[in-house]
Design a protein around this ligand. Structure first.
Ligand code: ACO
Length: 163
């Protein structure tokens, strides 16, 4: 298994990974319009971390928008394919995403609107419902979205999340 940091740079390999992610998100997040998933996954301001099997098959991933000036990332989608859930991949995926965000994007925070059934998963990954960030830092950047719980994770600049 490997964790690949993917952006839309037009390379065939990355386009294949992004298409794999788009298909998993469409299936695992049925309340999200497919066009919306498509738009964000291929958007150049978004970054993704793909969980890829040895065979090359994508089995999960996370897509987030990076706001470099604010030092924050908004996790838009997070999913693992149904046959591979509850095996610990979701936790490893989040750890690698934190590590890429820290070392490649130099982000200080992640924010996400967690679906109600995913609040427990995000809480296990260290996300909290109380935001330590001042509202001015994120308001107007992060999309308002009802039906979810806004959660925050502060990325420590010196902690390695994958060891
Ligand atoms: N509620 C509560 N706890 C959960 C949930 C949940 N829905 N899902 C996983 N957990 C717990 C597990 O029990 C585990 O706890 P443990 O470490 O004490 O054993 C821990 O979280 C991590 O479990 P993993 O096996 O690492 O997680 P998994 O590989 O199953 O991935 C994920 C979790 C991504 C939420 C997966 O279940 C999934 O794809 N679900 C469907 C899509 C979804 O709901 N995505 C999030 C939507 S919100 C958004 O995308 C912004």
């Amino acid at each position: 298994i490997k964790f690949c940091y993917v952006e839309n740079d037009g390379t065939p390999q990355n386009m294949m990974y992004l298409t794999g992610l788009k298909n998993i998100f469409s299936k695992q997040l049925p309340n999200m319009p497919k066009e919306y998933i498509c738009r964000l996954v291929y958007d150049r301001r978004h970054r993704s971390v793909a969980l890829v099997k040895r065979s090359g098959t994508v089995i999960g991933g996370i897509t987030y928008r990076s706001f470099p000036l604010q030092g924050l990332g908004e996790i838009a989608f997070c999913a693992v394919t149904s046959t591979e859930q509850v095996k610990g991949f979701g936790t490893r995926l989040m750890n690698h995403t934190k590590e890429f965000a820290r070392t490649k994007d130099h982000l200080s925070y992640f924010l996400t609107y967690a679906d109600n059934n995913a609040v427990g998963y995000f809480a296990k990954q260290g996300f909290t419902k109380e935001l330590s960030m001042e509202r001015e830092r994120w308001h107007g950047y992060i999309k308002d979205y009802d039906g979810g719980t806004l959660m925050e994770f502060a990325i420590h600049p010196k902690i390695c999340y994958t060891q």
